[in-house]
Design a protein around this ligand. Sequence first.
Ligand SMILES: Cc1cc2nc3c(=O)[nH]c(=O)nc-3n(C[C@H](O)[C@H](O)[C@H](O)COP(=O)(O)O)c2cc1C
Length: 213
Amino acid sequence: MNTATPSSVPTDLSSEHVTVTPSILYFGTPVVLLSTENENGSFNLAPMSSAWALGHVIVLGLGADGQTAHNLRSRRDLVVNLPAPTQWPAVERLAPLTGRTPVPVGKRGSFRFEPDKFAAAGLRPQPSELVRPPRVAECPMQLEARVARAQPDVSGEFLIVEARVLKVHADPRIVVSGSQHIDPAAWSPLIYNFRHYYGLGPELGHSFRSQTV
Ligand SMILES: Cc1cc2nc3c(=O)[nH]c(=O)nc-3n(C[C@H](O)[C@H](O)[C@H](O)COP(=O)(O)O)c2cc1C
């Protein structure tokens, strides 16, 4: 049983550290669902968590042999859909699936090909306004975007994608009323923390640059 709750993790700098060799370094980033367009005009949906924003550009790290990476090399439109913490079971229904056939060698045995991932996840496609792939209707935040640059990472195993956000859609319940701000008290990302799903805990404080109270 895991008894190390965040409040019990020591933070004083004098504590001893040990050297460890973890198999993964997923230290807790938001889960996004990427909708992209397949060769045949159908749409793929894939969960990923190596994603962050640089201004209005989203940077994505994608396995080079996945269907999403194949799609984004040739068709630049995508939607970055952000699920809420309660939607983790739908994300996990997508987890063992790939839109790529034949299934890439490294995924054989643990992944299966699925041409309709929206249906497999129990999620509804919702038409986008500026890009071809649909949004995920159930996701409280949806970013329509277009690839500006896609290049291999240093290992050659991943594709690093920089996508410019064209339009942001938000559930009105997560917007500060009468403003353009997302309300951090109403919105929580779904966090992928060493292959476990978490939401956010209570607020600890805010940055001097925050524009919401
Ligand atoms: C929560 C979660 C986070 C993931 N994060 C990433 C990621 O950041 N990059 C990546 O390439 N794959 C990630 N994956 C694995 C992909 O979802 C998986 O490779 C999938 O088969 C890709 O689908 P596709 O081949 O249809 O694109 C993640 C999976 C889950 C469930």
